[in-house]
Structure formats: structure tokens, C-alpha cells
Design a protein around this ligand. Structure first.
Ligand code: SMG
Ligand code: MG
Length: 373
């Protein structure tokens, strides 16, 4: 059951967000993504690239990822002939340094097609042990604490099991304290997206008093050592996001004491296979993990929800319902139950497909690549 690639189609899609999402690096009003559709004859597979419009969360960005895919990644993948195993994707792309989000989109499409050809779900392939997963929600920085509290009240009412607050210097301890007081008993986390340095440790010592579940990526995106120094001063676990690029980073971070929790984003680490390796390293070391998000459409969300069903995932993820992001998703909507859980897709591969009319309504660019081109 090898995968013979007939063509790879790249599609840029743009979906307005239901509300602007503000983090320490700026505000997004739309979700822009690259979808990859791999035609393998009898089956097709879909992948989504998590890169953003600008190289802020990571070095990658949409137009750069498009160029990496068309110039190097897709041609290298196709040059190797039919694929027997999904692991061969990373082997063929290894010579290209970095570009993990672009690689993840391509590997995701191959894996989806390969699993569909075998009739196996991604969740089962990843060793999932649950058919529903608890979900959290990530709340952007709002202009005032009152506005933030109003937004959170809606999410808590919907059943979300954990609320994550974006923070930045100047909008941190006071807002978080106000939210903690307004929602006693709701598990709270904060995410600084690397906006602080170790000299600002007193901010985190103040946050340490607020009973947070974890503090996500307080310091630089490429740092481990200062995170270890900061973790030594805090009781609240540090959770690394940007700093973990692959399973080796996870092993190093754990050994150094740079974190006590890891946020796994399949896109950030180069795909679902590496996401599983990060999960396995953390599990061996007794470090809880959870699945993050990049405001994905239903295509990326399906894979994230499957990953969230892995046995070592011990905390609710940023795997929110479609309606937290979009008026209309690209796929059938992902829904949250009143108990704050979401169903893990069961069908072959990622278990969902973009709806044709939604694809045509949101696509702004298409490029088709063939092996002999
Ligand atoms: O998918 O619900 C989501 C967004 C979760 O906060 C989220 N993601 O650093 O964890 C993070 C951010 C990165 C996205 S910022 C554009
Ligand atoms: Mg984060």
C-alpha cells in the first residue's frame, strides 16, 4: 500500500476571525493558512500549515512557507518516488534545515492519505486512548480587564475546562489577579509568548502567588537556561511552547529543569510523528503535556484533537470549538459539549475534509505541483 504522488496542491485560505486575537506580538483579524492537498490516485490527503502572516511566533510565515514548499520541499518529496512509510517524508526533507511548519503540512497530507488508504484513524495511529478530550480556550489581550472578564464569562459558561490569558509587560499581574478573583475555581494559565527576560522575574514571582496551573513561555523563544533559572525560583510550573522544536529540545529542557510541562504543537515540531516523539519523551520523564493551537481551521484542528487523545496528554488543550474562531469553519464544525469535551474524529486519516463550497469561498491563491513538472 504505497503512496504514489500524482500531484500536490497548495491553497492559501483566508477566514475572518470572530474577534481579533491579540498577543504580545500583535493582533490578528483573519486566519490565513496554507492547505496542502495530496492526490495519491485512489486517496487524497490534507494538511494545514500553522505558519502565520508574519514571522513573529516563529521564523516561518505564510509566503515563506509557500516558497519553501514549492522550491524545495514538494520537489524533494516527489523526487523519491512512491512512499512506503510516513517516516520517509521527514527523511526526504531532512536536508532542508528548519521550516518545520511547512514540513508538517506536507507530512500531514501524506500521513492523512496513507492512513485513509489503510482505513486507520490518525488518533488510533498516534496511540490514542480516548474518544473525547477536555478543551481549554486561549483568550487574547483585551483593552480592559472588564472586557476580558466579559469574554471569559462566555467561555466558562460554554464549559471550557481551562482559560489561558495572554500577557505582556504592563498587562500582566493586575489583569490576571482580577480574572483569578472573578473566576475562582476555573483553572487559569498565562502565556507570555516570550515577551519577558530574566530581569523581570519579579513579575513571575507575583504571578506565582495566584495559583496558576502553569506559566507558558515567559522568556525568549530560543532559550532554555534562563527558563531553568526562573523555574528554580517559582512553584508554578513553567510550560515551554516556542522553545521546543523537536523531541531533543524536550529532552534537554526536562533535564535542565527549564520546564515542568510542555505544550505540543504538531506544526511547531514538524508534524504529528515528531509530536508523538515529544509526547513519548515527556511521558518517560513524568512530564505532563497538552496540545496547543495556532487558530487552525478544521483541517489542522482535526489532527490536534487526535493528538490530544494520546495517553500522556494530561491537561486541556488549546483545542477550542470552531465557533471560538470562525463564523463558518472549512470543515464540519468542531463542537464543544456542555462538559467541556470534544469528540475525537474517528474516520480514516484526520477524519474530516474541507467542504468544497467553503474552500472556494475562502481560497485566494492556488498552485498545483506535479512530479514531472
Ligand atoms: O488555537 O486557540 C488557538 C490559539 C492558541 O494561544 C494560542 N496560540 O503561543 O500558544 C500560543 C498561541 C500562538 C498563536 S498566536 C498567533
Ligand atoms: Mg504559547
Amino acid at each position: 500500500m504505497s503512496i504514489e504522488i500524482r500531484s500536490v496542491e497548495l491553497r492559501r485560505v483566508e477566514l475572518p476571525l470572530v474577534r481579533p486575537f491579540r498577543t504580545s506580538f500583535g493582533e490578528s483579524r483573519d486566519k490565513v493558512a496554507i492547505l496542502v492537498r495530496l492526490d495519491a490516485g485512489d486517496v487524497a490527503g490534507w494538511g494545514e500549515c500553522a505558519a502565520d502572516l508574519e514571522p513573529d511566533f516563529s521564523e516561518e510565515w505564510i509566503d515563506g512557507a509557500w516558497a519553501a514548499l514549492t522550491s524545495f520541499l514538494v520537489p524533494s518529496l516527489m523526487a523519491g518516488g512512491p512512499l512506503e512509510r510516513p517516516e520517509e517524508v521527514a527523511e526526504r526533507l531532512r536536508w532542508v534545515r528548519g521550516h518545520r511548519m511547512a514540513k508538517a503540512a506536507l507530512e500531514g497530507a501524506v500521513l492523512d492519505a496513507w492512513l485513509r488508504s489503510r482505513g486507520e484513524s490518525l488518533a488510533a495511529f498516534l496511540g490514542a486512548e480516548r474518544d473525547r478530550v477536555p478543551c481549554g480556550v486561549s483568550v487574547g489581550i483585551a483593552p480592559t480587564p472588564e472586557r476580558m472578564i466579559e469574554e471569559i464569562a462566555g467561555y466558562v459558561e460554554r464549559g471550557y475546562r481551562r482559560v489561558k490569558l495572554k500577557i505582556e509587560p504592563g498587562r500582566d499581574v493586575e489583569i490576571v489577579r482580577a480574572v483569578a478573583e472573578a473566576f475562582p475555581g476555573v483553572p487559569l494559565t498565562v502565556d507570555a509568548n516570550a515577551a519577558y527576560s530574566l530581569v523581570e522575574a519579579p513579575v513571575f514571582e507575583a504571578l506565582d502567588e495566584l495559583g496558576l496551573l502553569l506559566i507558558e513561555q515567559p522568556l525568549a523563544h530560543d532559550d532554555l537556561l534562563d527558563h531553568a533559572r526562573l523555574q528554580a525560583r517559582l512553584r508554578t510550573p513553567i510550560c515551554l511552547d516556542e522553545s521546543i522544536r523537536h523531541a531533543r529540545d524536550a529532552a534537554a529542557a526536562i533535564e535542565l529543569g527549564a520546564c515542568r510541562v510542555i505544550n505540543i504543537k504538531p506544526g511547531r515540531v514538524g508534524g504529528y510523528l515528531e509530536a508523538k516523539r515529544v509526547h513519548d519523551v515527556a511521558r518517560d520523564q513524568g512530564i505532563p503535556v497538552w496540545i496547543g493551537g495556532m487558530l487552525e481551521t478544521g483541517v489542522g484542528r482535526a489532527g490536534n484533537v487526535a493528538a490530544a487523545a494520546m495517553p500522556g496528554v494530561a491537561l486541556p488543550g488549546d483545542t477550542s470549538a470552531s465557533d471560538r474562531y470562525f463564523h463558518e469553519d472549512l470543515t464540519a464544525p468542531f463542537m464543544l459539549d456542555a462538559d467541556g469535551t470534544m469528540a475525537v474524529p474517528k474516520g480514516p486519516g484526520i477524519g474530516v475534509e474541507p467542504l468544497p463550497e467553503r474552500l472556494s469561498a475562502t481560497t485566494t491563491r492556488v498552485e498545483l505541483l506535479r512530479p514531472d513538472a
